[in-house]
Design a protein around this ligand. Sequence first.
Ligand SMILES: [Zn+2]
Length: 323
Amino acid sequence: MLFRVGERSIALDKYDRDAEFSFVSHAHSDHTQGLRKSSTALMSEQTAGLLAARGKNVYTMVPPKSTAMINAGHILGSKQLYMEFDELGTDAIYSGDYQMQQSFAAERIEIKRAETLIIDSTYPYPNIEFDDRDDVAYAMQRYVRNKTSSGAAVVFGTYTMGKAQEIVRIMNDIGIVPTVDPKVARINEVYGEFGIHMRYSTVGDESQENGDSDPVLIMSNSGLTACAMKVSEERKVRVYTAMASGFAKIYRFNTDVQFPLSDHADFKQAVEYVGCCQPKQIFTVGGNSETMAKNLRAEGYRASVLESGSTISLASHIKAASE
Ligand SMILES: [Zn+2]
């Protein structure tokens, strides 16, 4: 999305050659649109490392004057962008994907005050509330212990970047060393380079081939069914399928069990975040931006949808907001 302020234009989570600079909040593919192998954009070194593991050797730039990246708490290296507009006498923050709870595999969120907030809208509904992440992790551990102690195997299908690493660490916490698919292993290696260490084996490794690894597997969502069938055939054990996602609060998935482990903020967390940021105006972005803006207005905030490419004058908006 192109964010224009006065003479300036900044591309947020969408690479744009014509922008003054492009900011990539984190390495999930829906936030790296337009990035090519040789693109240069503002991002954390962790994001660059994760993108390189996916075959994109992008270049990071030194943060331009009057900007700063602060932790978003979503996945390894996820950042928010703080922008100061000296010429307009105001400032803004772009949240990207973020969460208020502590991830099992990412830095804790930092919150900074700004007059304008551009906020993600993934979960805009007040009736969807995420549980405490520690409680969800405990439920996952208990389920896995229960099934594996009776001789069964558990296969998790999940996002290969961010969520998979959290599940590995949740399993490591109870002494289980899961087997992961090579896509997950490549991302795990980058996490390890940045100090987030995990114990796991990779499909195809000798220990896995010998069948002496722990009976918990972590796969990409697309590989779940095939993996469950293979494990059942080779090990001759009952296999339970599991998934972990915030969408478990909304949808019923075709697995034996689902855990609502989200790396996003729910609406309650969004309101908490906004309360700490104390913006005078809010712009919402993403698929549910209309609903998010409406529900933030119901909380008493001045919120509207940010249309990509439109020029906004921060100073006049804020003047209007305070009248
Ligand atoms: Zn994301």
